[in-house]
Design a protein around this ligand. Structure first.
Ligand SMILES: Nc1ncnc2c1ncn2[C@@H]1O[C@H](COP(=O)(O)OP(=O)(O)O)[C@@H](O)[C@H]1O
Ligand SMILES: [Mg+2]
Length: 308
């Protein structure tokens, strides 16, 4: 199992409060480690994000505290959200022997990025149109729920969408922004962008404050990725501003049709509207985005399924 340098190793069978560690799921953005765990004595599983205890004397205590504050922020956001079928369910948090941990109900699915990577069609990696639209519609429903609570997710991407059969869950509220209490949001050093550049709306890269329309763009980028096997822009760190000039956005439509000629026109139109450069030209709410996806789904289902 991988570890964060300077932090104590956590092994299967170890107990953290009411939880028993089963296996490691991944290292969360270098900030915490995700484990599969069970509530001791039950078969109720959770995904446990953990900031392990410090194990070396010269370990930067401030860094450890920042990690705990970041994970605590995520837990507080998820605690206030409540339940929705398309949001991972918050379970609780705790601190034991200098270990801080936050639990979410375990969802036995696979993230959409991995699903794309594992698909190998004769041309390239793509998700069938109906399936992609169905998944993204459910994410839009989850986003509508969180936006109505005044929360912006800020890191919507295929890697943060878990899928199993018809069930879809948004995970990872580590970068979420609380519009209800703007001053309480974690401070980010000036000129530093936190998030995933390939899915980030252009205005965020210029330092604009988080807004629900940013999530709509990121979900549009996720739909683009699922339909074509590629993100809308292939970013390099240099030339980022150049990549976001008007010409690039004009190129998106032809890029989408050349990468995925099998995608029906109305699905392309919906995807490109979510990916508009100006927030005011995108869907004005996740609900509107979801309804537009629902309309194209009706069209796909009535046209004898040739596009899937
Ligand atoms: N509720 C959950 N159920 C199952 N697996 C989860 C759950 N939440 C997170 N994971 C797994 O843990 C990984 C890391 O979690 P995530 O919250 O995305 O953190 P980060 O992106 O910061 O690394 C995810 O990619 C996923 O594989
Ligand atoms: Mg993640």
């Amino acid at each position: 199992m991988r570890n964060i340098p300077g932090m104590k190793k956590i092994l299967p069978g170890e107990n953290l409060g009411i939880y028993e560690i089963v296996s490691q799921l991944g290292i969360c953005g270098g900030m915490s480690i995700a484990y599969k765990a069970r509530i001791i004595g039950t078969e109720h599983f959770v995904a446990l994000k953990v900031v392990p205890a410090k194990c070396s004397d010269n370990y930067d205590v401030k860094k450890w505290e920042r990690r705990v504050i970041a994970l605590d922020w995520e837990s507080n956001i998820c605690d206030t959200l409540g339940n929705h079928p398309n949001i991972t369910k918050y379970h609780g948090k705790g601190k034991t022997n200098d270990c801080f941990y936050v639990g979410f109900d375990f969802f036995n699915g696979r993230d959409l990025e991995t699903i794309i990577e594992l698909r190998e069609t004769p041309l390239h990696k793509v998700i069938p149109v109906k399936r992609a639209v169905n998944i993204v519609k459910k994410v839009a429903d989850g986003l509508d729920f969180i936006h109505n609570k005044g929360i912006v997710h800020k890191d919507i991407k295929c890697g943060n969408i878990l899928v199993k059969g018809k069930n879809v869950k948004i995970i990872d509220f580590g970068l979420a922004y609380d519009l209800n209490n703007v001053d309480s949001n974690p401070k980010c050093p000036a000129n530093i962008f936190l998030g995933t550049i390939e899915y980030a709306p252009p205005e965020y890269l210029r330092g604009t404050r988080a807004h629900p329309s940013g999530d709509i763009y990121s979900l549009g980028a996720s739909l683009f990725h699922a339909l074509t096997g590629e993100t809308p822009f292939q970013h390099e760190m240099e030339g980022m501003c150049f990549l976001f000039d008007d010409a690039d956005f004009e190129l998106l439509a032809s890029r989408l049709s050349s990468l995925a000629p099998h995608v029906p026109e109305d699905v392309r139109r919906v995807c490109l509207k979510a990916l508009e450069k100006s927030p005011e030209n995108r869907y004005q709410s996740a609900r509107q985005f979801s309804e537009a996806l629902n309309d194209v789904l009706k069209g796909i289902y009535s046209s004898s399924g040739t596009s899937s």
